[in-house]
Write a protein that binds this ligand. Sequence first.
Ligand code: HAM
Length: 429
Amino acid sequence: MTEDASAKKDLAAVKGTKDILPKEVESWRALERLARETFELYGYRELRAPVFETTELFEKGTGATSDIVTKEMYTFTDKGGRSLTLRPEYTPSVVRAIIEHRLDLEVEPMRYYYMGPMFRYDKPQKGRYRQFHQVDIEVFGEKDAAVDAEIIEMADSLLRKLGVSGTETLVNSVGCRECRPAYSQALREAAGKRKSDLCPDCQRKAETNPLRIFDCKVESCQAAARSFPVIQDFLCGECLSHFNTLLVFLNQYRIPYRVEPRLVRGLDYYTKTTFEIVSSHLGAQNALLGGGRYDDMMKDFGGPDVCGIGFAMGMERVLAVAELAVPKRKSLYLAYLGDEAKKSGLELARYFRANGVECLVEFKDRGMKAHFGRANKLQAAWVLVVGEDEMKKSRFGLKEMATGRQVEGTREELLALLRDKVRGIEAPC
Ligand code: HAM
């Protein structure tokens, strides 16, 4: 390898991270816009928390026995000797922010959303990255299972707007601190009988938190897990009634679902409801979004006893299956001839931009033919022609590239014309 090539390789984007290039960004923005619009219809407000937090926050929140905390965190010591972690998920950050700012005392509904990057040191593969992006929503203070169904309905509605098809909604309950210990004990006993089928990691999980065995992707562990008892047989009266109410509301919303008793999800904090929406168009990493209830996290953090529920959607995965109608940009290309026309042209560009028209200006000396060639390449919708004649008359030429139609007018007349055209499609600014 030449020195140059090796330097290039050294400076390449880090494994598991990706640039989002301008041609992809339009879809990202469409997803972000639709997510915002959808969540705000349900009364959610945006809450932006920092990208890194104390390591302890995730150890306590995400959970000491989760794969995320045991294997996947980007943890570092800062110059002040503090252990910090790039957030692997968003939920503990929101709970911390509520406690810190006493948001529980405010009158607004505690419904929050956020979009941004998360970081997990997992083995990169299709649909699994080390820096990935989530759209996250969280609701606090709603005990009623109607809200569990409502957030699933909201996720479903967003996926429809994004043109995502071929999805399946999986739901489960993981019980609560009352009923889960008996289930964990039953799992421990079942795991003990199948010890030789379990990988070393799952043999350890059998001791620490046997529910985590269900997260394992090793085939022999999954086969063993299929023979384990199901949680539905262990739910206490309250958890069972909560689960049944969730199903009633899902039926009410006419959302098809499948009860998946092994859906415990990889995080330690869940109580009662867990759910995922998976896609049949993706490979192994098929979860488009996942979430659940976490009624104990706030009080475990030393805050008020306020329950919570939410979900996070993987933006890369959703965009891989979304069918989005991204509106085509409509821009005006400035074609000027000579130095004087350049000055007038720049004034004109300023006028059109101030009035919301995207204006492309380049500073290479070009003849008219070359200007039109360049406008074509840039896929400009119109070309504005500024030459000596035009300047004298203060009337400029405008050519619509798609039809070849040309008109002449003052800048005000041309702006009115462009506005009419642009409005039909979508305002450029
Ligand atoms: P999670 O299941 O860990 O849940 O992640 C949610 C979604 O993020 C996944 O369904 C997937 O689409 C995406 N995702 C996760 N890891 C990766 C990765 N390495 N590369 C690409 N996409 C990924 C949570 O994060 C919880 N905080 C969800 C939640 C919110 N529960 C309650 N409130």
